[in-house]
Design a protein around this ligand. Sequence first.
Ligand SMILES: [Zn+2]
Ligand SMILES: [Zn+2]
Length: 385
Amino acid sequence: MAKRDYYEVLGVRRSATEDEIKKAYRSLARKCHPDQNPGDAGAEERFKELNEAYEVLRDPQKRAMYDRFGHGAAGRPGGPGGPGAGDFASWFGDLGGFSGFDDIFSMFFEGMRGGRARRAGPTRGGDLRYDLEITLEEAAAGLEREMDVPRIVDCPICDGTGARPGTRPERCPECRGTGQTRRVQRTPLGQMVTMGPCARCEGRGEIITDPCPDCNGVGKVRRNHRIVLEVPPGVDTGTRLRIAGAGQPGLMGGPPGDLFVYIYVKPHRVFQREGSDLHLDRRIGIAQAALGAELTVPTLGGEAILKVPPGTQPGQRLRLKGKGMPHLRRSGSGDLIVRVTVEVPSRLSAREKELLAAFAAERGESVSLGEGFLKKVRDALSGGG
Ligand SMILES: [Zn+2]
Ligand SMILES: [Zn+2]
């Protein structure tokens, strides 16, 4: 089946703001939730489709990719060009690949602007961004994950020079090794001389005539660096974890950059999260609402008993203290808030009808039942029959 357009799924314009997308998602999620549509096999699929669309459109970077490449973005092959073409960032981007929205990991590299190493002083390494998608259960418990962080390091074959071993980069003839060229422009105010990076050598002052076959003359290669990422309990979508020093190595003895992990918690089938509180909808019968009851409700840590007090009203919220999400980096937890829907039975057996009619008669409420039926009930109540 053809995949539906994400904007269509959410029913918003392509120019919709983040807020409009969020609103559309919330109202549709309420409608399509499988619990709201028992017995409808398609509901689950629609709910999944909705969440998938929202996961992409809520994230400006993923949305931009989707706008450019559509659903094909997930399978986009490595870009054209390859090493040596374009600037450093796009070279790396091609190697790193965009692994698709469905992957747990998608990695975006930041801080690579500025391109290749200038012959300036020590430079701090670039920061890395890592988008980590986790479940609500994982967010509650915290998790440890080993991950390979790709880093750009000096090519070991050419020692980072980019020149084939045994050869050396040559001084750029255009700028005579300075990396800067003068440009003279004629303007209405007279001649203007500006200095800018040399176009021939891209400001490096050297050119490589015989490139290293391993790195294609870039002087850098990608190496994985394994780290253990610790995600503390209580993280939420938008939580950013900083792992100092786990980014790109510095240049010329500069310090390494940092790794930033952005958390995205997937929507849960049963619970809706609001900060540290979890919300749950639960249906109860009219007798349970009137008389009170003890119900078993799911929590993240297994089942719990919820006391429904007598006289509970439709829409009332009942709170299970401490059964929500743990607070991030402090003790304690939020609450589980159960919103009670009172279900009025729509199909009644003859016996149930009798009992309800008797109940109505007791309270002096008029009800719509045939005269014959009512008479029977009245007779039964008065002890006749
Ligand atoms: Zn090399
Ligand atoms: Zn030059």
